[in-house]
Every structure is written in C-alpha cells, then in structure tokens.
Design a protein around this ligand. Structure first.
Ligand SMILES: Nc1nc2c(ncn2[C@@H]2O[C@H](COP(=O)(O)OP(=O)(O)OP(=O)(O)O)[C@@H](O)[C@H]2O)c(=O)[nH]1
Ligand SMILES: [Ca+2]
Length: 497
C-alpha cells in the first residue's frame, strides 16, 4: 500500500516537473518568436526617394530618374532607374553659337521628370547635370562659350521645383570611375568577396577604360575607393578625341591631308564606307574640332565616296593609334600607361549600339573580323534595302564604327583572341542603363558607404524557416503538455493532479 502511494507521489512529482519544464520552454519560445519578429520587421513602409542626373554627352543629352526605397538607401543594389528621356536634337555643346537656347532644349524631358516623380518628393529630389567630352572640347576651343552654355542649362534647371545641385563638366577620370561604380553596383559586386567587372565606355567624343589593378605606374590613372568594407585600387583613363564621331573626323582629316597638295580634293575615296555611298560634305564639318588640325583650302565641299574595303579601312583606322612610344612598362596607345587588361569587362554605350547592330556581341575576335569584312563589302544600296528603318547616319557609319571598335580593343587596349570573350557588350543591367550617371549620383548622395551597413538579424529565407520551425516546436510542446494534463487513468477517468 505504502509502496503504491510512494509510486503515485513520485509520478505526480515527475508530471509536475515535466509540465513546468514544458511551460518554461513554451514561454521562452514565445519570447524568442516575438523578439525576432520585432527585430526583423522594423518599420517596413515602402517610401521611395528620387534623384535626377542629366548626361550632357557630345552627341545628345539624356535625363535619368533614379528611385530607391528610402530606408534602404545604403544597401548595395537598391537604386534603380525609373525613367530615361532622350533630349531631342544634338548635345549641349552644339549650342556654342546660341548658348541661351541650350537650357530650353531640355524642356520636354524635364517636364517628363516632373510627371514621373510624385509632387510631394519634388523639393527634396536632387538634380545634377554632368557634361562630358563634347563640352570638354568646347572648353578647349572656346572657353567663354562653354561657360555660357553651362550657365544657360544651370539657370533653366533651377526653374524646376527640384533640389538643384549644379551643372558642370566632369573629368575623364570621373566619367571612367563612375561608369565602373555603376556596372559593379548594378551587378551586386560590392560588399562581397567576388571580383569586379572592368568598364569600357565609348562615346561620341571620348572613350574610357577602367578596371581594378594591383599596380598603377602613373598617378593620373589611379583612383582608390573604399566601398562597403572593401578597398578598390582602380586604373582609369579617358581618351579625349577617341569617341567614335571624333575618330571619324580624325580619320577623314588624315586622308584629306595626305591628298592635300597632290590634287584638288573633289572626291575622297573611303574604304570604311560602303561601295556606292556618295555624299557631299563640307570641310568645315571635318575640321571643326580641336581633335583635328587646321587646313587652308579654297574649296568648301568634297564628295565622300565609299569603297567598302575592310582591310584598307583597318589600315587607315590603325593610324589613329600611336603605338611606338611608351615610357612605362606597358602602354595602351599615345604613350598612355595601361597595365595588361584582366578579368571580365562590361562594354557599353557605342560599344553596345554598334556591336549589337552588327551581331558581333558573341563569338571569337577572328569571327568578328571576318563577319565585319563581309558586312563592309555589301553595297550601300543593298544595306539601305536591308535596313529601311535605321537612321541613315548610323547605317552609313556601322562599317567604320565596327572597324574602329575592333581596332581600339585589340590594338588600343591590347585585348587578344584569348581574352576577347571576357568582354560583355551590355546596354542595361536589370532595368538600369550602364553609364556613369548612376555612379555619379550614388557618390554625391553618399549612398555608397565605405563600410558595409548593418544587416537584419537573419536573411529573409533563414528568418522564415526559423520562425516555422519554432512554431512547429511550440505546437508539439503544447500537444505534449495537453497529453500529460489529460492522461486517461486505467479506470477510464482522467488523472487529476
Ligand atoms: N547606332 C547607334 N548609335 C547611337 C545610338 N545612340 C547614340 N549613338 C551614337 O553612339 C555614339 C555614342 O553615343 P553616346 O554614348 O550617347 O555618346 P555621348 O555620351 O553623346 O558622347 P561622350 O560625351 O563622348 O560620352 C555617338 O556617336 C552617337 O551618335 C543608337 O541608338 N544607335
Ligand atoms: Ca557618354
């Protein structure tokens, strides 16, 4: 009898201990769940912020609008392009004779920006204008005209309700470095151990090459960044006059100069234009740039006649690169230091427009050359019939531009058949255009912190899994507790504790 009673007391004590333990676990589990829930779900209102950057290029101006969730502005990859608008007409540097009209040329795109950004955000939205090689050249040729043009666009932008942050000519180094930041920011390469992409930008009046390197022998080509906790040591160079429009002028002027004095220049035969191409041009349109020397001729015009001979074109284009002098261990061209290229590169702007049109974005360097050779040999009439909707100016120049791009990459930057496939021709990454503007804005708004910002306690996937497991555990414990509380006795009655 005593033994039975002792057993019963022992049993009860055991059940009590179990219940207390289970209760403690339930309470602890509940506290943990609430704590993680609170930490993870800090205020999550999706408020967006905006920024505007005007890319005043040599050939045209584009207005880019960026947006990002307000509370995540320091996280990498958060800023996206919301809208882009191409200003009609030429670049702002073409307003050198009538600078006061430069500002008003931006009206249509600026009105679009007002529509695209919610009115209550207008006053806090920063707006920047950066001018590139066209304005650098105008400044070299006519400083006061370049100042007048900048004044005109600056005054015009200030008539809008945004937060005006200035209109200026950015340096070639900035253009290269911010293009590199854009490409790597959008590719989510920052803040990780992963390697970065180099950036290749080909404009109308300049071209930039930027990549991470260990050793830079010339201070002009060095930029250091500390971004999201990593140090980046960059090589960058911008070649003024080596955008595709200025190189065409240089190449034409070289041919004209080599003919000048021998005969009157009536027709200029050009291997880089299609056979049957025949257009009257003014000398002024070739010699109107600081990239080309002066020429004294009595005639005003000449006929530009296409021959469609790729090998000869290649020879002519190669002449714009001076490869003989180099005072460093290695050079690209014109005596400019460049370490050997390595790693992947993103090539954008005209690199993309041209290579995409010519269908040369994939495949080997040899294949690209042979395909281009075939394309250049097609008569102009055939080309026009094949592409009736393509702007005639672009269409006429693809043979020249393609040849220039292959030559620039191979002879200029020293890419070879072996690393050709490391170049990716890109227009956009996600929804955002590749170019310097995004990097420029991220830098000026301090949205690329030197150190990695704090992350949530758990990544989202881990958080959800953890919460599910915890809920499952608590539920199981509850069931167990219920079973213990309501354990049926041998007589079919429930055991009362
Ligand atoms: N084929 C083709 N060419 C284009 C297109 N858009 C621009 N271009 C040409 O490609 C070249 C480079 O264009 P952009 O990258 O806009 O050059 P940019 O910014 O005006 O010039 P920079 O000030 O030197 O950077 C110019 O010669 C343009 O005329 C396009 O959609 N198709
Ligand atoms: Ca550009």
């Amino acid at each position: 009898m005593d033994e039975q009673r002792e057993m019963k007391v022992k049993n009860r004590t055991m059940v009590r201990t179990m219940i207390i333990t289970i209760t403690v676990f339930i309470v602890l589990g509940f506290i943990l769940m609430v704590t993680i829930g609170v930490v993870q779900n800090k205020p999550l209102q999706q408020k967006y912020k905006y920024g505007i950057v005007l890319d005043a290029g040599s050939s045209h101006t584009s207005v880019y609008i960026y947006e990002w969730p307000a509370e995540k502005e320091n996280n990498t990859g958060m800023v996206q392009q919301k809208h882009a608008c191409n200003v009609k007409g030429k670049g702002i540097s073409s307003y050198s004779d009538k600078p006061t009209l430069a500002g008003a040329s931006l009206k249509e795109c600026m009105d679009e920006a007002c529509e695209a950004i919610p009115v209550h955000r207008h006053s806090e939205t920063p707006i920047y204008l950066g001018a590139t090689a066209g304005m650098r050249l105008l400044k070299l040729g006519n400083k006061s005209a370049s100042e007048e043009v900048l004044k005109s666009v600056g005054q015009f932008l200030q008539t809008y309700p945004f937060s005006y942050q200035g209109a200026r000519i950015i340096t070639g180094q900035e253009e290269g470095a911010f293009g590199w930041i854009t490409v790597n920011y959008l590719s989510n390469n920052f803040g990780k151990a992963s390697t970065t992409f180099g950036a290749l930008d080909l404009g109308g009046a300049s071209t930039q090459i930027t990549f991470v390197t260990a050793k830079v022998e010339s201070q002009d080509n060095t930029i250091d960044f500390r971004l999201y906790g990593n140090d980046y040591h960059l090589y960058t160079h911008s070649f003024l006059c080596y955008g595709k429009d200025q190189v065409l002028k240089m190449s034409l002027s070289k041919s004209i100069n080599s003919k000048h004095g021998q005969t009157d220049i009536i027709a200029l035969e050009d291997p880089c234009f299609h056979e049957g191409y025949n257009v009257t041009m003014t000398f002024q349109s070739v010699f109107n740039s600081p990239c080309v020397g002066r020429l004294n001729l009595t005639q005003n015009t000449f006929t530009h006649v296409g021959l469609g001979k790729w090998s000869e074109c290649h020879t002519v284009v190669r002449k714009v690169f001076q490869k003989s002098e180099c005072k460093y261990s290695t050079c690209s061209f014109n005596g400019v230091f460049q370490p050997p290229v390595h790693g992947n590169f993103g090539a954008f702007s005209a690199f993309y427009f041209v290579m995409d049109f010519l269908n040369l974005t994939a495949g080997s360097l040899d294949k690209a050359q042979s395909k281009l050779q075939e394309y250049c040999a097609l008569p102009w009439n055939t080309i026009k019939k094949m592409y009736p909707h393509v702007k005639e100016k672009y269409l006429a120049e693809y043979c020249f531009s393609g040849t220039y791009i292959l030559t620039l990459l191979e002879d200029g930057y020293n890419f070879t058949s072996d690393n050709w496939n490391y170049i990716r021709f890109i227009k956009k990454i996600g929804e955002s255009d590749a170019g310097w503007t995004l990097g420029y804005m991220l830098n000026l708004t301090n949205m690329i912190p030197a150190e990695a910002p704090d992350k949530p306690l758990l990544p989202y996937g881990g958080y959800v899994t953890f919460m599910l497991l915890l809920s499952f555990l608590i539920l199981s414990l509850c069931l167990l507790a219920y079973k213990c509380f309501c354990r049926p006795t041998g007589s079919g009655q429930r055991d009362v504790i």
